[in-house]
Design a binder for this molecule. Structure first.
Ligand code: ZN
Length: 241
């Protein structure tokens, strides 16, 4: 199933014209490539990663806003499997599921973020004979994949680390990444917000206002419903680019 899902993930990258060895920012890429996609970050029970809903003209991915950015990237990539290849129009996704579709979606997610060939190329280019914590953290930062997802891949599908290593490497990832010079953004929630909506919904609201289909008051109400007070009250600081 691993190689089959890898092939599907690589086909998806080819369809999107993304090089198979490249590292991707799934947050912006998903919105860019999936028609009518809205991503909603909200607080959920810890054992729920997210959910996704496919409607006639809308695709919505819900993401647990309290999970790490790495895990949220995985959740979005996992949801893309449901949206693109699953017959079910609605799925709630948890952590430990034995369901075959869930396993396929997990493998697809892992391989979309880090294709098998990309990982092999990475190993070759960085002269990695055996994985240690240094090379694992470098690789997860490069691919922007969660620490857990990379360990899981190396342990269960590639058998390149032992169970003892898996257990030892799991610990204290924040500190271990920090002392190697990385910032902790991969291990903290995306943008550190409990509630946030990005993607098509925001664009539609702006367009409806521009085309005079809704009033300014209605636009603001819709944006506030989507937790976007930053747009309504112009809270984003000026940043010099
Ligand atoms: Zn799922």
């Amino acid at each position: 199933m691993y190689l089959e899902m890898n092939e599907l993930a690589c086909a998806c990258r080819r369809q999107w014209k993304i090089d198979v060895n490249e590292s991707i920012d799934i947050f912006s890429l998903a919105i860019n490539k999936i028609k009518n996609l809205t991503i909603v970050f909200k607080v959920m029970d810890n054992d729920i990663s997210g959910a996704c809903l496919r409607l006639d003209k809308e695709n919505i991915i819900f993401v647990n806003s309290r999970h790490s950015k790495g895990r949220q990237a995985f959740t979005i990539a996992h949801a893309l499997y449901h949206l693109k290849y699953d017959e079910n129009n609605f799925n709630i996704c948890g952590i430990d599921s034995d369901d075959e579709t869930e396993q396929k979606a997990d493998l697809f997610a892992s391989c979309l973020l880090m294709p098998h060939g990309a990982l092999e190329t990475y190993k070759l280019n960085n002269n990695i004979q055996k994985w240690d914590l240094d090379s694992i953290i470098d690789a997860e930062q490069y691919f922007q994949i969660s620490h857990q997802a990379l360990l899981w891949r190396l342990r269960h599908f590639l058998n390149e680390i032992t169970y003892e290593q898996y257990r030892a490497f799991k610990e204290d990832i924040n500190r271990n990444a920090s002392i190697r010079g990385y910032d902790s953004s991969l291990y903290a929630p995306y943008l550190n917000k409990d509630y946030l909506t990005i993607g098509n919904y925001i664009q539609l609201t702006e367009k409806a206002f521009e085309n005079e289909l809704i009033s300014l008051g209605k636009k603001e109400e819709l944006l506030l419903d989507a937790f976007r007070e930053d747009i309504v009250y112009n809270l984003n600081e000026e940043i010099i680019l």
